[in-house]
Design a protein around this ligand. Sequence first.
Ligand SMILES: *[C@@H]1O[C@H](CO)[C@@H](O)[C@H](O)[C@H]1NC(C)=O
Ligand SMILES: *[C@@H]1O[C@H](CO)[C@@H](O)[C@H](O)[C@H]1NC(C)=O
Ligand SMILES: *[C@@H]1O[C@H](CO)[C@@H](O)[C@H](O)[C@H]1NC(C)=O
Length: 538
Amino acid sequence: MFPLTASFGGIVALCLGLLPSLFIQHVLSLQQAQLVQQSEQLRNFAILNGILAADDKDYTCSASKKCKLGCCGSVDKTTGKGFCGLGPDFCGEGCLSTCNEKSECDPGWGTEWSNASACPLNVCCSKFGFCGTSVDFCGGKTVPSPQCRAGKSADQKLIGYYEGWNLQRPCGTMKAEDIPLGRYTHINFAFALIHPLTFQVAPMDKDTASLYKRVTALKNRQVGLEVWIAIGGWAMNDPGIYRTAFSDMAKSEVKQDLFFESLISFMLRHSFDGVDLDWEYPVAPDRGGIPEDFDNLVNLLARLRKRLNETGRKFGLTITLPASYWYLRGFNIIKIEPYLDWFNIMTYDIHGVWDRNVKSLGPYAFAHTNLTEIQMGLELLWRNNINPGRVVMGLGFYGRSFTMKDPDCMEPGCEFIDGAKGGECTGTPGVLSAHEIVQIIKNGATVKTDEAAAVNIVTWDTNQWVSWDDAHTLKRKLDYANAHCLGGTMVWAIDLDDGTLLEALGSGMSTPKRPVVEELPTMVYDFETPWFNDNFTE
Ligand SMILES: *[C@@H]1O[C@H](CO)[C@@H](O)[C@H](O)[C@H]1NC(C)=O
Ligand SMILES: *[C@@H]1O[C@H](CO)[C@@H](O)[C@H](O)[C@H]1NC(C)=O
Ligand SMILES: *[C@@H]1O[C@H](CO)[C@@H](O)[C@H](O)[C@H]1NC(C)=O
């Protein structure tokens, strides 16, 4: 569940000096500034969609030199040179080449010039026909967030993901029996997978599978605790045999049914209370997705909800959502909302080492849980009238880290060359657990709180940089969730903390800590699962 997030709508800085001077000397049908803005959006879209290389700064064209994206219009008659753009001004009368190109959305010039009338997720259509959320696309239009002054809604639910593979780390591990209880209302066990041929629930590996029952047994120690199975995760859709399993299963009702029956017996067998589908991501070609995923996911969830109801049990059903427009547009959030108990929105990993490959961002260090950007992610939901009570906001018990280029430039926005060195226990460059960051601070790091972003920036060893959340910034985020009527918070992940962050987060809630039975009962009685009774009466 480490999504590669590409914040769309960032504008590529365009060097005005590169515009050919002949253009400036001639009076064209469009205002010069408009043409520049148009070119920027065209170029940004083309780069993000892999049509143009990032360093391709030429968007002039002629009868023989075709546009890589857009129509060759706005032509200077004396030189025969034009500019690439969309809509009637470029594709209509006077267009020189590639005149059938259509814009992403229709800013009002008519659907004959556009691929679609509106933008995905109700984001703004700029006057040049491109979709985005920044001021260049929306002008002065803003999105109102739900308001619940002095609200307490988010205190009702605290979901913790538990990494079933965490015991494979050399240190900083957490056995199932050591999961701190009393604060979490739900534990989501991460992960199980979908077998790419049989479409049955498949374990990640034997060791992870051996923990299912040990985690669900915690329900005996905290009344009302629910333990759900999370299926999927970021790595499942990496290149490999599992990559298209979600997509293939969603495409066929026969395969959906194979998955449903397997899932239900799996949940009954291991005493899970619900399922959280972490498909990362439908439709996204870079994640094994196809366009049909958009509708197939609606069908999958409608049918799964119905099938779960038929069991007569109260199985829960949720999915995780990315917080970026780039990936969220693959979800038909309006249509799927009614089938879900809630959405878990992954409002973390907003920045990381992958930014250097995102053409509109580049190798600049920013915090991965910036509240300003979290709000921008949530606004994608409010644009679509999603019920905030059905939205659970993600919090990170870990940091995203960088090795900075220049030890004299350690502020957010300074250049990085790589992830920071891997931690002693987590061992992966670019990420550090809360447990490890606490240790780094104890050893004498510099900690700065950025109040506007509600994050901490920790720097050490001259060029090491990590952003993370402590008790104070977690409280800021919890307050935000309450003030905007959200249904709860979730954390990735229980085992990355030594219990300190959880206690800090929980103690800031209006809900009291739930009573915990310390000793594990010697026998787990489960009279509802049929084959348990069978074994028992033998
Ligand atoms: C419009 O649709 C065509 C065909 O699907 C596609 O190739 C093109 O990239 C789209 N253009 C934009 C600007 O979205
Ligand atoms: C499933 O059950 C819930 C709770 O009883 C109900 O609100 C929902 O409409 C049912 N959904 C389907 C698809 O049967
Ligand atoms: C937080 O996000 C805003 C808006 O993108 C940005 O201006 C600011 O620099 C970010 N702060 C940090 C610490 O990343």
